[in-house]
Design a protein around this ligand. Sequence first.
Ligand code: 5AD
Length: 330
Amino acid sequence: MFATKRLTNEILLELLQATGREQVELHQYAREVREKYYGNELFLRSVIELSNVCSCNCLYCGMRRDNHILDRKRLFFDDVKEVIDEIHRLGIRTLMLQSGEDKAYPLDELCRIIAYARDKGLENIILCMGVLDRETYLRLFEAGANKYIMKFETSNPHLYQKIKQNDRLEQRLENIRLLQRIGYKVGSGNICGLPGQTPVDLINDIRCLQELQVDMASVSPFISHQESPFRNDPNASLATTLNLIAIMRIVLQDVLIPSVSALEIIAKGGQLGALNAGANVVTINMTPQVFRDCYKIYDENRHIVSLSFAEQIANAAGMNNSCAQNELKR
Ligand code: 5AD
């Protein structure tokens, strides 16, 4: 059914609302597309959260600048060195370093962390630290980082300006293109279920990713956070989020798509649902325990993904979860 039709925006909009048998078929087809490119491989990543200092004030985010009750902390090389050793010992070859948009985080420390991880034999260093200047991106690339995640969150310029407190969507997109020109493999994506977002916006998000020719793409379900202006808005619907992941797989074909931990907050089984809808990456949280509680993007009940949880959902999805799998070949 899917392969024979040209997937117009009208058809994608219908698929977004799919329920029952239609939904089963949508997810099944998304899995077939994934298998065509990746067989049944699941890519395992590790993440370390380095800083929860953030200069942004996004209306949806618990780490926003105006959240004054959050303890702000940074982790440095000495705090994470042993964690990197452990990641290497586990056989995981991809490390994501994530932080708020923290302009004052010392660049030397960051380069040291990246270089150490590369020296250890980790092949993929993914950065997710927001908008930094060109020189900084270049230095980090030279230090050994090779991938960058820069989500646009919504491709609707009006909604973007509202939730990002007057930042411009076009600036964000320009930043994504800059990272691509420097040589990073770039990932982007959206939040599904933002207050004020329409189904048409969601389909446009997928088209925007298509135009950007990203290497990695993600959908995060909106989670209402008590310390944000969206505290009274409902969480995203799991069904819509999973349908959007399936649509993303079908439209973008061979990109890496994570099954994000926030899905498990929406509903137990959410992350497995995403694997069954075409996702092929799971990220294990390796942030040192002392810092974890400070990194609350979503809400009080964070779901911390462990290696055993990742193995469990990989098995349940019939995927081959070998730690040594590295995502460089894409
Ligand atoms: N709901 C869903 N995703 C969120 N993020 C931040 N806050 C929320 C929220 N309330 C996501 C954004 C950001 C990533 C690090 O976390 O997509 O890019």
